[in-house]
Design a protein around this ligand. Structure first.
Ligand code: TRP
Length: 379
């Protein structure tokens, strides 16, 4: 296995998810849990989400507890977030898509954090003005996904500091520098703000309980790189009187150039990324030029030997964005047998993403009017 590195600020190399499960101490989402989720989805006339069916959400902590409580009539709330540092790319949408489904199936609140200090503290060249601008931009993408405005609350760390700081202090008092060092790989030259930051990311996992004055379970959908934050805070949160937050974790959407070169899509590598604001021409150009192909080098060879969908970015991306299992299976078989050429599978992906993003962009424009209704206000 090639070396891999996964912390909240760095994801490199070919990622071995089995190894991560062991190292992080998360549990696999098994058949029994999928069946329980499916049972609840059916009540709302929905199928099990394709990200669950395809094991893209592959791990969890305490999901059983969340379902047990829910079945006893004790609803949970959802919590996820986005540290504004640039435009939203399609990899960011993945955990939010499942979050939306969970909100619909379980009819629960979503608390969405925009930690506008995080990337300011961790990236040399970002100012607070930059992150403020991207907070607004990123909010449009979240709203565009269609979360329930009555049940969705945005928290912006520098704006909601009055509510959050007091709670972050309680968390931070119980985390030592050495714990933070080993969870995040910090060294002695790390700035003080960055060391404190994890306390701020812990807060929304229990802040609704403080606000509603009630002990409510919390479920956090997130990409696996965020687990170190919650691994650390899960130990602390019960000590300050709240339930341990549960979580459900997904794999990364690889960058266009494929798993071999990038661990996950990165906003700092423009050409391996597709942004939610890219126009059809840009989408087409990027995919045709950069999508790693599992095809053979000549058409004759491809027809004879077939392609390898497992390493083909276009195929892998379709597993994230093409909901129809039958369509996907046909693409897989045709590509593997050599019937479908590399350029043709790219064309299928281009069409899928273009229609998805054009729809998204319309909703994103409409969302400009609604930002304020989503921002949490004390009553
Ligand atoms: N740290 C996350 C990022 O880099 C942002 C974030 C804040 C988050 N709270 C979260 C992500 C909860 C998932 C779940 O984007």
């Amino acid at each position: 296995m090639s070396a891999s590195k996964v912390t909240p600020w760095e994801v490199q190399g070919n990622i071995d998810y089995e190894k991560i499960i062991k190292e992080f101490g998360v549990s696999k989402i098994d058949q029994k849990l999928l069946e329980r989720l499916e049972k609840h989805a059916k009540k709302k006339n929905k199928p099990l989400h394709h990200l669950l069916r395809r094991n893209i959400f592959f791990a969890h902590r305490d999901l059983k507890f969340i379902l047990d409580e829910y079945e006893k009539g004790n609803k949970f709330f959802l919590y996820t977030g986005r540290a504004p540092s640039g435009h939203t790319h399609i990899g960011h949408l993945v955990p939010w898509m499942l979050t939306k489904w969970l909100q619909e199936v379980f009819d629960v609140e979503l608390w969405f954090q925009f930690p506008d200090e995080e990337k300011f503290l961790f990236k040399e060249d970002l100012t607070l003005e930059d992150t403020e601008k991207f907070t607004q931009e990123n909010m449009l993408d979240v709203i565009a996904l269609g979360f329930d405005p009555k049940k969705t609350f945005f928290l912006v760390d520098t704006k909601h500091a009055d509510l959050m700081y007091k709670e972050a202090l309680k968390v931070s008092k119980k985390i030592t520098f050495s714990t933070a060092k080993s969870a995040f790989g910090f060294t002695n030259d790390q700035n003080l703000g960055a060391i404190f930051y994890t306390a701020m990311q812990a807060v929304p996992s229990f802040l609704p309980c403080v606000i509603h004055k009630k002990k409510i379970p919390c479920l956090i959908p997130h990409a696996i790189d965020q687990d170190p934050h919650f691994r650390v805070s899960r130990d602390v949160i019960p000590k300050i009187g709240h339930h341990k937050p549960a979580s459900i974790q997904c794999r990364f959407l690889p960058g266009l150039a494929g798993m071999q070169s990038d661990g996950k899509m990165s906003s700092s590598l423009d050409h391996t990324t597709i942004y939610t604001t890219d126009d059809p021409k840009t989408i087409k150009k990027k995919i045709n030029k950069y999508a790693f192909s599992g095809g053979q080098s000549t058409v004759e060879e491809h027809r004879k030997k077939g392609g390898n969908p497992q390493v083909d970015t276009s195929y892998i991306w379709l597993t994230f964005f093409e909901e129809d299992d039958k369509k996907l299976e046909k693409i897989y078989q045709d590509y593997k047998s050599g019937k479908l050429l590399s350029g043709e599978i790219k064309a299928i992906l281009i069409e899928k993403l273009t229609s998805l993003l054009q729809e998204h962009q319309k909703k994103r424009e409409k969302a400009r009017r609604n930002i304020d209704t989503f921002i949490f206000k004390k009553t």
